[in-house]
Design a binder for this molecule. Structure first.
Ligand code: DC
Length: 642
């Protein structure tokens, strides 16, 4: 992946909701008459449901380019004919279908991919057996494949444990009107993903079925028949979460069309989490817009919208403080063990993340982020969430990206649409801002990048160093803030091939161990900064921009820089680099020195060294200068290209 290098902006059309589509497909398949669905998702999971209902004899007219479907339903219970129904990797298809098959007549086998075979079905099997259905697991207990010998369901009362998947409940609810006596459903345990149960009830209502909620955990469905209808599928709120995440991570502004707070999808609550973290949200009429600001921290219970947990964990990698995600132990039984998978893959990227029994704890430190090769475990949500890191971290490689076909075949194209282009951005300064701690390779990278791109190079650190040397030469106490400021104002500093202080060469002096010691004090002097920062702006502006390095270029000097980079490297590697440059100190003392300077630079009151909003975070630890320069040149050229 190639990082954005600046704020991602734009409007995105996300595909239809998988959950909404698959519910509507099944209800339409059972209905009397012809239903017309628009805004339909065409992806692996919905193709699984489509294939299944067709194999039951449902007539389907597909128009994928228009995103519509016409479905002529069975008008009642299905007749089974020994067919093997392949649910592929679709949890919804399999869990929705099994109880519906049970209301029919005849033999059938429900099966799916290896991945689906390892997901749980035991709760639903138990519930159906208690209703008198004959089911046989032909491989592992509690899983697919399941052979069913259906002979209708009398119905009555049934209990179902709902603390691993709400899909068990949704399936039984959709089968309920086809039971002779209807069904009274009692939920055991603390149900997860309740909004999905509400969505099921909503869609059933669209198809003419009333579900009564006796109390928190009891649903009553009288015997009845589905009636065909015309239904518009909502855009997928989970799919939208990645784009809202992109806005927040790159500190950009992204609008998703077709969704608003009236959505029947619980995952819309993810937007409120982003709002709590600091994002600005516009809840529009048929659109939601998220504008990234700083990302704070906090603790969030995602029990009812757990499909966005991976998105949140990816966002948390860029947060300013700890982010805790709770209530989601059950997502271990999704496409993969999502808690372990996310912990493993984020750790590879330098994120401190702890897997807890019921969630994740992320302790972010942007300085330590680095690109990695990401395994996706055949989980579309691993691919989509982890790719968000690639918007700001170079050298991210996402393996098996096609796994997004499960719910969002065009995901990566849609994400590309948010990539910033220089000519579409107003008020940008043609500056490449390179900030980072000492020893991160900033100076060499900035110089070489400037040469490579034929742009001027500006070393702002040299300005602060020159003031320190000027103070020594003038016998001014470095701690005397006013005197040093006066000096900064009155001294003529020229930074070209050589560095001249009032015409006297100081090229070597400004790099001495003494200067190293004093410069942090100079740089922490607010008044000195007030003198030097405007000079730095003038300097770059007068030459039409270029590559400028320092500590506060992206945050303070040119916050609207065309490309912002935060260059980092492991502390030990930075120390080694500094040690190799000069033999005045031992490695040990260089390391101590760096630690001290990191501390002063990043905690000082004025213009601390921070990762600028939206800046690329580039860890140069294992890389050659050439690698870093060539990556940055590519990113820059991408930004200015048409
Ligand atoms: O990059 P360098 O080591 O030459 O920087 C010298 C010092 O100046 C260092 O302590 C950080 C500080 N500095 C700063 O505060 N702001 C800048 N824009 C550049 C450097």
């Amino acid at each position: 992946m190639t990082p954005f290098g600046a704020a991602g902006t734009g409007s995105v059309q996300v595909p239809g909701s998988k959950s909404h589509t698959n519910r509507a497909l099944l209800c339409a398949a059972l209905a009397e008459g012809t239903s017309r669905l628009s805004g339909v998702l065409f992806a692996d999971d919905t193709k699984a449901m489509l294939g299944a209902i067709k194999s039951l004899g449902v007539e389907v007219e597909e128009n994928p380019s228009e995103l519509t479907l016409e479905i002529t339903g069975l008008g009642g219970r299905p007749r089974l004919n020994e067919s093997v129904i392949d649910c592929r990797s679709s949890g919804t298809t399999s869990r929705f279908l099994l109880p519906v098959l049970a209301t029919g007549h005849g033999p059938a086998t429900l099966d799916g991919s290896q991945q689906l075979r390892s997901r749980p079905f035991a709760e639903q099997i138990a519930a159906l057996r208690s209703l008198g259905c004959s089911l046989e697991e032909t491989a592992a207990q509690g899983g697919l494949p399941i052979k069913i010998q259906a002979d209708g369901l009398a119905g009555g009362e049934v209990e179902i444990t709902a603390d691993t998947s709400s899909q068990f409940v949704s399936g039984l609810l959709m089968a309920a009107p086809l039971c002779d006596e209807g069904l009274t459903l009692k939920l055991l345990g603390t149900p997860v993903s309740r909004p999905y149960i509400d969505m099921t009830i909503e869609v059933m209502r669209d198809f003419g079925i009333e579900v009564t909620n006796l109390d928190e955990s009891t649903y009553v469905v009288p015997p009845s028949g589905y009636r065909a209808t015309a239904l518009e599928i909502e855009p997928d709120a989970t799919a939208a979460s990645y784009f809202f995440g992109a806005a927040v991570i790159t500190q950009g502004k992204v609008r998703v069309d077709g969704l608003d707070e009236r959505s029947i999808q619980g995952d819309i609550q993810f937007v409120s989490v982003l709002e709590d973290l600091g994002a600005k949200v516009t809840w529009g009429d048929r659109f939601i817009e998220v504008e990234g600001d700083h990302i704070g921290g906090g603790s969030f219970d995602l029990r009812h919208f757990s499909d966005t947990a991976q998105t949140l964990a990816a966002v948390a990698a860029f947060a300013d403080s700890e982010v805790e995600i709770t209530g989601i132990g059950f997502i271990r039984a999704k496409e993969t063990n999502r808690l372990t998978a996310m912990t493993t893959e984020l750790s590879k990227c330098g994120v401190e993340i702890i897997e807890k029994p019921d969630g994740l704890l992320v302790r972010p430190n942007k300085w330590l982020l680095r690109g990695a090769t990401i395994n996706t475990y055949d989980d579309h949500r691993m691919a989509m969430s982890m790719s968000l890191l690639g918007l700001r971290v170079p050298r991210m490689e996402v393996l098996d990206p096609d796994c997004v076909n499960k719910t969002f075949p065009e995901f990566f194209d849609r994400l590309e649409e948010l990539r910033p282009r220089a000519q579409e951005r107003s008020g940008v300064t043609s500056v490449i801002a390179i900030d980072g701690p000492a020893g991160s390779g900033k100076s060499t990278v900035a110089q070489r990048l400037a040469a490579e791109l034929h742009l001027p190079h500006f070393d702002t650190g040299a300005m602060y160093r020159a003031v320190a040397v000027a103070a020594v030469r003038a016998g001014v106490d470095i701690e005397d803030a006013d005197a040093v400021t006066k000096l900064a104002r009155e001294t003529n500093i020229e930074i070209h091939e050589r560095i001249l202080i009032d015409g006297v060469d100081a090229t070597e002096d400004i790099r001495s161990a003494d200067a190293n010691q004093m410069v942090s004090v100079v740089a922490a002097n607010t008044q000195v900064r007030q003198v030097l920062v405007p000079r730095q702006r003038e300097w770059a502006t007068s030459l039409g921009g270029g590559v400028m390095e320092g500590r506060d270029i992206g945050t303070e000097v040119f916050p609207d820089a065309l490309l912002k980079v935060f260059l980092t490297a492991d502390l030990s590697i930075r120390a080694e680099r500094r040690f190799n440059e000069s033999s005045e100190q031992t490695l040990e003392s260089v390391l101590e020195d760096l630690k001290r300077r990191d501390q002063i630079d990043s905690t000082r009151q004025d213009s601390p060294l921070l990762v600028a909003p939206g800046a690329i975070i580039f860890d140069s630890s294992g890389l050659s200068i050439e690698d870093v320069v060539s990556d940055l040149a590519t990113i820059f050229r991408g930004l200015v290209a048409g």
